[in-house]
Design a protein around this ligand. Structure first.
Ligand code: ATP
Length: 320
C-alpha cells in the first residue's frame, strides 16, 4: 500500500449552531476540525489507507486540538508544522439544504514551509494537492509549488482538487483559473465540483468542459455532482456514475470523502498509473467513492461523518 501525502490546510471550522442561520445572525458556534486536505487525509486513514498530512497550524491550543484529531484518526502527523502565527479559523453556516457559507480568518496555514526531506519519500507515493488557500500567494504558494515540483520529478501519482472558494477569490477568478492550469496539466487525477469544472474550462456543458480540461493535460477527470453522482472522463470514457440514495443533512466533507476514498483505492494498486487506462476498475472505484461521499452527508461535520472501511466496501468482494 502506497503512502498518500495530503498537503494543505488544517483549520478550525466554527460552525454556526442552528441550521438555516446565516453568519450575520448566528451567535453560537461549535468548534470542529476542518480543511479539505486534512479531511482527505482522515478519509483515507479511516478506510484503512496510509495518509500523511503536510500543513501548518499555530503553536496554540487550537493547533493542539487539530493535530490530536488527525492523530486520533490514524493520520501520520510527523510532517505537520507549527507556527507562532495563530491557527487558521473558518466560520461556517449551514443552509437548510446542507450547503455552506464561509468566512476565513487566515493564520498559520500561510506559514507552511518547504521541507526538502519529503522529496525522496514522494517516490512511489501519491501526492494530493488540494489546499483552498495554496494559490493565494506568499510562503504557502511557494512551498506548494516546490512540493508539486518534487512530486513531478519523483514520478509520484498526483491528485489535484482546486477547492475553489468564492469568498477567497472574489473578483479574481481569472487569476485563480490561470494558477490552476499548471496543476491540471500535470496531474494524473483531477477532482472538480461542477462549478470548478465550468469555471476552469469556461464551458457549461460537462462533455465540452472535460474535453477542454483533457486538452490542457488532465488524464482522469472526476466532476462531483452531489446527489447525482460523479461524471468521470478519461481519453476513453465519459460517464456519469450514480451515487446511492441518502437523506443529506450536512454536505461538509462529501467531496473530500469522495477523493479520499478514490485515492485510498488507487494507493492499493501495484501501479497507480494503471487506473488511467483501466476504465472498468476506475468506474468501480468511483462507485465506492460516491458511497463514501454520500454517507458523509448523513451526519454533521466532516471528519466525524467520514465512513469506515466496512461501511463503504462490499465484504463479498476483495478489498480494493
Ligand atoms: P465539497 O463541497 O465538500 O468540496 P463537492 O461539491 O465536490 O464537495 P459533492 O458533489 O457534494 O462534493 O459530493 C461528493 C460526492 O458525494 C458526489 O459526487 C456524490 O457521489 C456523493 N454525494 C454528495 N451528496 C450526495 C447526496 N445528496 N446523495 C448521494 N450522494 C451524494
Amino acid at each position: 500500500m502506497r503512502n498518500v501525502y495530503c498537503i494543505g490546510e488544517l483549520l478550525i471550522d466554527f460552525v454556526a449552531e442552528k441550521q438555516g442561520n446565516n453568519l450575520s445572525k448566528a451567535h453560537e458556534f461549535t468548534k470542529k476540525a476542518g480543511g479539505a486536505p486534512a479531511n482527505v487525509a482522515c478519509a483515507i486513514a479511516k478506510l484503512g489507507g496510509k495518509s500523511k498530512f503536510v500543513g501548518c497550524v499555530g503553536n496554540d491550543p487550537f493547533g493542539d486540538f487539530l493535530l490530536n484529531v488527525l492523530k486520533e484518526n490514524d493520520v501520520d502527523i510527523s510532517f505537520a508544522q507549527r507556527s507562532k502565527t495563530f491557527t487558521t479559523l473558518a466560520f461556517v453556516s449551514l443552509a437548510e439544504d446542507g450547503e455552506r457559507d464561509f468566512v476565513f480568518s487566515r493564520g498559520a496555514d500561510k506559514k507552511l514551509a518547504y521541507d526538502s526531506s519529503l522529496r525522496n519519500d514522494f517516490k512511489d507515493s501519491i501526492v494530493h494537492l488540494g489546499a483552498a488557500t495554496a494559490l493565494l500567494g506568499g510562503d504557502l504558494e511557494k512551498a506548494y509549488g516546490r512540493y508539486f515540483f518534487d512530486a513531478l520529478t519523483q514520478d509520484a501519482f498526483i491528485s489535484f482538487d482546486p477547492n475553489f472558494r468564492g469568498d477567497l477569490w472574489r473578483d479574481e477568478e481569472e487569476a485563480f483559473v490561470k494558477k490552476c492550469m499548471l496543476f491540471v496539466e500535470k496531474s494524473h487525477l483531477c477532482k472538480f465540483s461542477l462549478e470548478e469544472a465550468q469555471l476552469l474550462s469556461g464551458k457549461s456543458d460537462l462533455y465540452e468542459a472535460s474535453d477542454f480540461l483533457h486538452e490542457i493535460g488532465a488524464k482522469i477527470i472526476t466532476i462531483t455532482l452531489g446527489g447525482d453522482g460523479t461524471f468521470v472522463s478519461t481519453a476513453e470514457i465519459k460517464e456519469t456514475v450514480p451515487s446511492i440514495l441518502v437523506k443529506p443533512i450536512d454536505t461538509t466533507g462529501a467531496g473530500d470523502a469522495f477523493i479520499g476514498c478514490l485515492l485510498q483505492q488507487i494507493a492499493n494498486l501495484q501501479n497507480p498509473n494503471e487506473i488511467v487506462e483501466n476504465t472498468s476498475l476506475l468506474i468501480k472505484m468511483v462507485k465506492n467513492a460516491n458511497k463514501a461521499g454520500a454517507l458523509t452527508t448523513t451526519n454533521y461535520g466532516a471528519i466525524p461523518s467520514l465512513p469506515s472501511r466496512d461501511a463503504v466496501f462490499d465484504s463479498s468482494e476483495p478489498h480494493l
